[in-house]
Design a protein around this ligand. Structure first.
Ligand code: OAD
Length: 252
């Protein structure tokens, strides 16, 4: 893909010490994971209040589990795309690199990213509503499944109205506030508190970059908006990182 890189962006890539990449559903779109909003988004076909709230789970655990099993099946069949792989290669070029995701699909880890700040949990993990125990069982003796303690199991994801895992959120806020470049990739930027991270970065003095085929709520505060698919733009940025960072390493 032929992408124009501004001198300002290239200079930031060359000098940045601390980098944060924050991803949303769009980074997995080219792997075949449906996004939430937009014409074919999941929330166009399903009602979030019937599927992604604790109240819905209490009222009808069977339906909520079936919805998550359906999404697990989609995710089991797919693979990371060049965008995930490009991100996985970035940490070695910077003094500090943090990856924050709203995605629950585990594709960053599958691509080789070792340390992923998962703000909305992980769809492949289960959590007991009573004892809080975690497991990644996929076959269940009964359905909807129960924990060994007898409590009800639920997917370990954040539902609407629930708090994010405190340690993940604290870490995401801390690294966003102190980074030099903040990349917002494939998110509509409307779901809080993840949507605040680029603003924290901006307030902390970071250069804010967006990668998204569409303009979003965030676009007006960005320093650079790459209009394109992350599976194409991120590998091109990785190539630039390789060339400018290896040159600056040789020069020092
Ligand atoms: P959305 O579905 O709201 O937004 C996806 C974004 O990805 C849109 O801005 C698209 O334009 C963009 N996009 C689509 N294809 C792309 C591609 N190939 N490359 C780059 N960008 C692309 O998804 P999120 O912002 O991640 O929360 O949604 C945030 C949260 O809302 C989710 O984590 C989920 C949902 O409700 C919970 O379930 C708690």
């Amino acid at each position: 893909m032929n992408i124009a890189f501004s001198d300002r962006f290239l200079n930031m890539l060359k000098t940045a010490r601390r980098v944060v990449v924050s991803t949303g559903a769009g980074v997995s779109a080219e792997s075949g994971v449906p996004t939430f909003r937009g014409a074919d988004g999941l929330w166009k076909k399903f009602r979030p209040e019937e599927l992604a709230t604790f109240e819905a789970f209490q009222a009808n655990p069977q339906i909520v589990w079936e919805w998550y099993q359906y999404r697990r099946e989609i995710i089991h069949k797919i693979k990371p795309n060049p965008g995930h792989y490009a991100i996985a290669q970035m940490p070695k070029f910077f003094e500090a690199f943090d990856l924050v995701t709203q995605n629950v699909d585990g594709l960053h880890r599958a691509a080789g990213s070792e340390d992923v700040i998962e703000l909305h949990g992980n769809i492949m993990r289960n959590k007991c509503v009573d004892c809080g125990g975690l497991n990644d069982d996929r076959e269940f003796a009964q359905f909807p499944p129960l924990c060994r303690c007898g409590g009800r199991l639920r997917p370990d994801v954040v539902w609407f109205g629930e708090m994010l895992p405190a340690s993940a959120l604290e870490r995401a806020e801390k690294v966003s506030t102190s980074c030099d470049i903040f990349f917002s990739v494939g998110t509509s930027g409307v779901v809080q508190p993840a949507a605040s991270l680029p603003y924290l970065a901006r307030r902390g003095g970071a250069f804010v970059v967006e990668i998204n085929p569409e303009p979003t709520e965030l676009t007006y505060i960005t320093d650079e908006h790459f209009v394109g698919r992350s599976g194409e733009v991120l590998p091109a940025i990785l190539e630039k990182i390789k060339s400018v960072r290896s040159r600056s390493l040789t020069a020092s």
